[in-house]
Design a protein around this ligand. Structure first.
Ligand SMILES: Cc1cc2nc3c(=O)[nH]c(=O)nc-3n(C[C@H](O)[C@H](O)[C@H](O)COP(=O)(O)O)c2cc1C
Length: 228
């Protein structure tokens, strides 16, 4: 049996919506058999800004025990899942700041070929979720990561509003993401972890042959650790 499959869920959340999605994404990756690290990126806003919003302050205190993301979490993981609230259709500065510290890893090729996808929350049902996801994906394409969007690979995607780019939710009018979005988040976590397993465990093929059929052959041979 190869080394354990590993997934890192790295997110920023000010008032808890993306945190809830991140936990569901992590559960999905665990369903695929992955060891999961749930990590938040550091807060950049001044304490007085956080304190000015009771929901922000409450979530900051509730999430205090979630470890801060480190660059070693990115190199450790086979599968990466990133979450951010929408900020005018872009990712939050807090996540961008963390991603902007990855230049050394990028230069060393450490972030290439990681299976990866994103999730987000915005206040409105159509408040910029897709552009927020693609703002993250621009970075990941520069890494040479392998994007694993949900597409329409499971009915839960349609159940959550039909976003094929990643998981997205609105804030439920303050209630947080509902069960359809959480189900889509679990699906995404599982799907990205499963594809990471395929990428890691499947040989590239033999010289002069074709590798197109290799994943299917490997699955038939039972070499994928029971992942579906
Ligand atoms: C500066 C700022 C900009 C925002 N921009 C948008 C926006 O353009 N569209 C939208 O629907 N929600 C927007 N929101 C709302 C958040 O994206 C939304 O409340 C989200 O669910 C928060 O996630 P969190 O609870 O994980 O922090 C914005 C919030 C802030 C603070």
């Amino acid at each position: 049996m190869p080394e354990h499959l590993k997934a890192a869920v790295v997110y920023y959340s000010s008032t808890g919506n993306v945190h809830a999605l991140a936990r569901a994404v992590a559960q999905g990756a665990e369903l695929a058999g992955a060891e999961v690290r749930l990590r938040r990126v550091a807060e950049l806003a001044p304490p007085e800004a956080v304190a000015s919003n009771p929901d922000w302050l409450a979530h900051a205190e509730a999430a205090r025990d979630v470890p801060l993301a480190e660059l070693t979490d990115l190199t450790w993981a086979d599968a990466l899942l990133f979450g951010t609230p929408s900020r005018y259709g872009n990712m939050a500065a807090q996540l961008k700041q963390f991603l902007d510290t990855t230049g050394g890893l990028w230069d060393a090729g450490e972030l290439a070929d990681k299976a990866l996808a994103g999730f987000t929350s915005a206040g409105s049902p159509h408040g910029g979720q897709e552009s927020t996801l693609t703002s993250m994906y621009q970075v990941f394409m520069h890494w040479g990561a392998i994007l694993v969007p949900p597409g329409y690979t499971d009915p839960v995607v349609e159940g959550a509003g039909g976003n094929p780019y990643g998981v997205s939710a609105d804030d439920g009018g303050g209630a947080g993401p509902g069960e359809p979005a959480l189900a889509a988040a679990r699906h995404l976590g599982r799907r990205v972890a499963e594809k990471a397993a395929l990428l890691r465990r499947t040989p590239a093929g033999t010289p002069g042959g074709t590798s197109v059929g290799t994943p299917v052959d490997a699955r038939a041979a039972g070499s994928l650790g029971g992942l579906s």
